[in-house]
Design a binder for this molecule. Structure first.
Ligand SMILES: [Zn+2]
Length: 375
């Protein structure tokens, strides 16, 4: 038996891997940080034998509640990721898997590799009216890339979409992929109409270093980028520094910052109700966006989510709050589940790349519903 993780977004430590009935593993912490939750490894072993894979010490992981009612994903071809039986006793996650082939890949959620990211932005730049702009370098020397879709013209709104500040939340980049496919469909009325009224500034991956390193939550030097928006620095958070600089050049009429939530089995949004500049106008925009998304897909709901911030009590180091305050605009964090949407569960796949992509298409309808009223 062999267990390895020396590949893009791989992350596991092997404690014991001799017998299929008692494999013991641990998740490596994000570099210079105490966060750990993302795992992704390759298991080479005997097919048609049941394997019991124990991941230990998860009571101290970033979100212990994330392991309740959670099912790990497995793939043979690294394309199709299906759910497998998984239990959690408060400390140890036990994955039961009987391989049908010599090699299985096991992960927290369907990975989105750095190579796929490069393919995505390269494909995008060949589409009509899309430019690929280099914003700066990350700490590990990767490129921070921005897609600018549509012609910037007088009167058009500037809509920013950012994803994967937390690199383990790969569903966020899957969502971007679906959104881009629809945006570039020249026969799609929503997309054409939206691009008549707005320019979209899309950062498909805010944290390429953390993504390639197999981190859950931080960049190469342990910075949680979604707590860096008050005073980003080139030393600790160049990713945010460059994006915020560019936002200051373009202005921002709306931000959607896309994430995954470890614990809650729903899609939901978190608004900027706690920012000092919050207004009736912004509340009306938030409601209009939510109502449109509720209409377009039952994958979205507005009953379960984070507790609302009290007036004036928002954490202004968080991206969506900081941007709402700085630009006085509609600004939402969009959260998708690692587990499933339990209003519409799928036992075989759970929440998946395909459903994330579909939500990305649907979100364009909600943006289109509010675009004329922005700011
Ligand atoms: Zn997140």
């Amino acid at each position: 038996m062999r267990i390895s993780s020396n590949f893009d977004s791989g992350n596991i430590e092997v404690i014991k891997a001799e017998s299929a009935s008692d494999i013991q593993l641990r998740i490596r912490k994000d570099n210079q940080s105490d966060f750990y939750q993302w795992f992704h490894f390759r298991l080479e072993s005997t097919p048609f034998v049941q394997h019991t894979i124990n991941i230990l010490e998860l009571d101290k992981s970033a979100y212990p509640g994330g392991w309740e009612n959670y099912q790990a994903v497995v793939s043979y071809d690294r394309q199709e990721w299906f759910r497998v039986d998984t239990d959690f006793d408060g400390k140890t996650l036990t994955i039961t898997h009987t391989p049908e082939h010599d090699v299985s890949y096991v992960a927290y959620f369907a990975p989105y590799s750095y190579e796929r990211h490069l393919d995505l932005i390269s494909w995008a730049q060949t589409q009509f009216d899309c430019r690929l702009e280099h914003l700066g370098e990350t700490i590990d020397g990767r490129d921070m890339s921005l897609l600018i879709i549509g012609q910037p013209e007088e009167g058009k709104k500037a809509i920013w979409i950012t994803a994967r500040q937390h690199p383990g939340e790969t569903m966020a980049e899957w969502l971007i992929e679906g959104m881009l496919e629809r945006l570039f469909d020249e026969n799609d009325g929503i997309s054409r109409s939206l691009l008549n009224k707005a320019v979209l500034y899309v950062v498909p991956n805010m944290n390429p270093d953390g993504s390639a390193r197999g981190h859950l939550r931080t960049n190469a030097v342990g910075s949680n980028l979604n707590r860096e928006w008050a005073t980003p620095t080139l030393e600790k958070s160049p990713e945010v520094y460059y994006v915020l600089n560019k936002m200051q050049q373009t202005g921002v009429d709306m931000l959607l910052d896309v994430h995954g939530d470890e614990a809650l089995p729903y899609n939901f949004v978190a608004g900027s109700e706690g920012t000092p500049s919050y207004s009736a106008k912004r509340q009306a925009l938030e409601n209009a966006f939510k109502q449109a998304l509720l209409q377009v897909t039952p994958e979205f709901q507005d009953e379960f989510g984070y507790d609302k911030d009290a007036p004036g009590k928002a954490n202004l180091t968080v991206g969506s709050n900081a941007v709402a305050e700085k630009f006085d605009c509609l600004s939402y964090t969009l959260e998708m589940p690692f587990k499933d949407n339990i209003n519409l569960p799928d036992a075989a796949y759970g929440w998946s790349p395909q459903r994330s992509k579909q939500l990305g298409e649907d979100v364009l309808v909600a943006i289109h519903a509010v675009v004329e009223d922005l700011r």
